[in-house]
Design a protein around this ligand. Structure first.
Ligand code: IPE
Ligand code: IPE
Ligand code: MG
Length: 252
């Protein structure tokens, strides 16, 4: 039998408050290693992607718990079209499956879903599933769950430059006005603070064309764990490590 003593409850609340202190507001994750995870188990690569999707949900839950404001997940890069068509097709069907299984929980947790990247070039059925999720969650004001889908950092900068040049052409802006703020506001991540923490799984230590402008002063965290084996404990560890770091931004 469990007896709930009020003084125990108080103690736990206090601990949680300490844990929430100085949490990174924006966490970006390069969810890598699905294929290798599947290979190790003698399964097809797509089995890794499917398992990876369940990890997304677990990490979203943790992010809500730790009061993270924005979670940007690299789901498909502009270079991932190079993969075999059956794998790409499978990945393009995942948003629908994700919505189907997890949308009710997203609503319960007050999560807003959005995407960054070249949305128009996605298959129609993928766009439809994502638009449904965006529409359904648009009034939620908790965690922003931002999927980088058909996203590339260089593509982001190019489209941002084009927007800026158009503003100059239209006379809304002069060349002298162009500064960091204007460029930032013309990127896909307009209105979102730069990531405080970037996590990459699978042991690779590179950016693979992710958020090139936005990661200028982001703290980096690499783990050898493959994405389908990533879990709440490792996520928490990355957050706790982040809290110990001293960000200097070029100062002293
Ligand atoms: C990450 O896992 C998911 C996507 C890039 C879509 P990978 O599919 O890159 O897995 P590995 O790196 O080949 O193991
Ligand atoms: C980065 O992983 C893209 C995503 C996680 C969506 P990749 O597996 O595509 O990166 P590289 O090819 O190892 O650099
Ligand atoms: Mg990979």
């Amino acid at each position: 039998m469990v007896i709930r003593l009020p003084f125990f409850r108080k103690k736990r609340k206090k601990l949680e408050r300490i844990e929430l202190d100085n949490t990174p507001e924006h966490i970006a994750i390069i969810m890598d290693g699905n294929g290798r995870w599947a290979k190790k188990k003698g399964l097809p690569r797509i089995a890794g992607h499917k398992e990876g999707m369940t990890v997304v949900q677990k990490i979203v839950r943790s992010a809500v718990k730790y009061d993270v404001k924005v979670l940007t997940l690299y789901a498909f890069s502009t270079e991932n079209w190079k993969r075999p068509k059956p794998e790409v097709d499978f990945l393009m069907r995942l948003p629908k499956e994700f919505s189907h299984i997890y949308l009710p929980e997203m609503m319960e947790n007050n999560v807003r879903i959005d995407t960054i990247g070249d949305f128009d070039s996605l298959p129609t059925h993928t766009k439809k599933a994502i638009n449904h999720a965006k529409e359904k969650t648009k009034n939620n004001d908790g965690l922003l769950l931002n999927f980088a889908l058909n996203y590339g950092g260089r593509y982001d900068i190019i489209q941002g430059m084009k927007k800026t040049l158009k503003q100059i052409e239209n006379g809304e802006l002069s060349v002298e006005d162009v500064d960091e703020e204007i460029i930032s506001n013309n990127l896909f991540t307009a209105g979102i603070n730069d990531p405080d923490l970037l996590i990459r799984t699978s042991g690779e230590e590179r950016l693979s064309n992710f958020l090139l402008w936005q990661l200028a002063y982001t703290e980096l965290s690499f783990t050898d764990v493959l994405w389908p084996d990533f879990n709440e404990e490792l996520f928490k560890k990355a957050i706790l490590d982040y809290k110990k770091r001293k960000r200097r931004y070029g100062g002293i």
